[in-house]
Design a protein around this ligand. Structure first.
Ligand code: NDP
Length: 274
């Protein structure tokens, strides 16, 4: 069983979900999601940008699981932001997913001059009960402050790049103060931190893999995560993190690995050219 976090409005969101970015081969995508659901995952993180919302819908329908058991996230892409465009983009995503509602809808990146209106549209979708949770992604505290000064309903999730090399302490504290749950994207640093010496040492100490140590580190700090894998054995391995615990000492060693290193873009320097 993958435990869930209770969000600001009482909705439960699984601590671990399958990320499907760069899954561009339809058969591989459907198989990866099917495996994940078989191994107990109930959350899938997609986006309009990933061009696989149709496959996500197909895989969840084929699973035979009831809609209420699942937690599906998608995002409005940068080129589609602004109030009216976001409402239109949502309709397209919903059609592609072939669902009646989405669990969590996010602004993908804070497009300058547009992200506040984009979020206002997400609020409207929430009021219309077309989404169960309103949220954002890649928002720094200064972006959130702008939204908080305008919003009637605060974002309940912020999905950001987060892993031991980029632990985002200040932003996490800001989100906590405002009851915004944090989801880690690239929770494994795109695979680039799996050979780290300290993480390897801890993995050997407790007889787990480095990926499991990292995902457990996220969980013990109340961070939701969405590791991506198309490899069945890894999809299974990544979900087996709820039957062991890292010690305070091990958590502290992992906390010391922060070097503010990004594998993706910094939202403040993102070139929104489309
Ligand atoms: P991850 O940190 O999840 O790393 C994925 C890479 O690690 C893949 O190459 C995968 O390989 C490999 N991997 C996964 N599990 C293991 C394991 N147990 N052992 C060894 N290697 C492993 O990076 P992503 O960038 O994919 O991020 C995850 C998700 O976050 C995305 O899929 C997407 O949903 C979301 N995301 C959101 C962004 C945003 O702007 N909001 C930006 C980027 C990502 P393989 O698949 O070959 O098994």
């Amino acid at each position: 069983m993958i435990p869930s976090k209770t969000l600001a409005n009482g909705v439960s969101m699984p601590y671990l979900g399958l990320g499907v970015y760069k899954m561009t081969n339809p058969d591989e995508t459907i198989q990866a999601i099917a495996k994940a659901l078989e191994f107990g995952y109930r959350a899938v993180d997609t986006a309009a940008l990933y061009y696989n919302e149709e496959e996500v819908g197909e895989a969840i329908r084929a699973s035979g699981l009831s809609r209420e058991e699942l937690f599906i996230t998608t995002k409005v892409w940068n080129a589609d932001q602004g109030y009216d465009n976001t409402l239109r983009a949502f309709e397209t995503s919903l059609k592609k997913l072939d669902l009646e509602y989405v669990d969590l809808y996010l602004t993908h990146w804070p497009v300058e001059e547009k992200f506040v209106d984009t979020y206002r549209a997400i609020e409207r979708l929430y009021e219309q009960k077309l989404i169960r949770v309103p949220g954002v992604s890649n928002h720094h505290a200064h972006h959130l402050e702008k939204i908080l000064s305008k919003a009637n309903i605060l974002p309940m999730v912020n999905q950001i790049e987060l892993h031991p090399y980029l632990s985002q302490g200040e932003l996490r504290a800001f989100c906590k103060e405002n009851d915004i749950a944090v989801t880690a994207w690239s929770p494994l640093g795109r695979g680039g931190i799996l050979q780290d010496e300290t993480i390897t040492k801890i993995a050997e100490e407790i007889g787990k893999t480095t990926a499991q140590v990292i995902l457990r580190w996220h969980y013990q700090q109340d961070i939701l995560s969405i590791p991506k894998s198309v490899t069945p054995s890894r999809i299974e391995e990544n979900a087996q993190i709820f039957d062991f615990e890292l010690s305070t000492q091990q958590i502290s060693e992992l906390n010391q690995l922060n070097r503010n290193q990004r594998f993706g873009k910094n939202p403040d320097n993102f070139k929104f050219d489309f």
